[in-house]
Design a protein. Sequence first.
Length: 114
Amino acid sequence: MKTFALNNNWDVYVDELGNIATKDGLDRLAQDVSSSVRVFIGEIPTDLERGCHYADVDNNRAYLNNEMNEQALMVDGVDESMVVFEQLEDRTLKANIYITSTNGEEIIVGENVQ
């Protein structure tokens, strides 16, 4: 499975051959998990129930942890997910998401959510 590759600004880009860049394997999995947990509830017009309630990050970390895990588990190829919040400062939440793929491979996805 492949996905469009995103740059540091979360934009698609073209590769050295002029084609839309793609990712696969663990790079795809990491990017898709990262994208999935960044979605605010109601942000996707075709699936208004998908996403996380980021409006009140300060008071609902346990609930948000559960929501982020659920979003990560929706990604094809994710077998297990564990979110660990590292820091909340200036309304920026830093977290690591520990992912086990359906192939048994493990990766860590770092997130900053504002």
